[in-house]
Each structure stands twice: as structure tokens, then as C-alpha cells.
Design a binder for this molecule. Sequence first.
Ligand code: SF4
Ligand code: SF4
Length: 89
Amino acid sequence: MIGALLGMGEMSSVKRASYSVGIDKALCKGCLICVYVCNKRGSNVLKESGEMTALGGSLPAVEGGCIGCRWCERLCPDFAINVEEGAEC
Ligand code: SF4
Ligand code: SF4
């Protein structure tokens, strides 16, 4: 309404997809390649959790803000990561 009074065009909004990152604890050996690549790209979604894997490595923890680049999923040597596009927000 205000926009119309001021002669502005219609406002448009951009929806961004959200992503969920799943780590299969049974497959993950804890090499932290995924944490390295995620942080190297500046996303900082994956961190060391402090929890050990069955093979004595360090299990990654997932925080919010994944941009869906899927580098972690591609580079995990054990196919332990699954990145899924979730509901748009
Ligand atoms: S790259 Fe794969 S195996 Fe290595 S810590 Fe990440 S999820 Fe685990
Ligand atoms: S998909 Fe990209 S941003 Fe998301 S956790 Fe993996 S490397 Fe990080």
C-alpha cells in the first residue's frame, strides 16, 4: 500500500533453500576431511564434536547454516554424509 502510494513497484521476496546434513555414525571413521573442507570454504557448519567413532577417530558435529555445496558429501571417503534439501524458509 505504502509502496503503491510512493509509486514503487511490487516487492518481491527471495526464498532460500535450507539443507540438512546427516552423518552415519556407523560409516564415519572420523577422519575430519568433511570438517576441513567445510571450514576451508568458509561455511563452518561442521565441527569436531569431541565424540569418538568406533575406529577411534573424531565424529563431526553439524551446526546450522549449511549452504548445500555438498563438498563434504562428495569428499567423504566412506560415503557417510548425506546432504538433503529441506523445506524452504
Ligand atoms: S569425511 Fe566422512 S569419514 Fe571422515 S569424518 Fe567426515 S563423515 Fe566421517
Ligand atoms: S554441504 Fe557444504 S556447507 Fe553444508 S556441511 Fe557440507 S561442506 Fe558444509
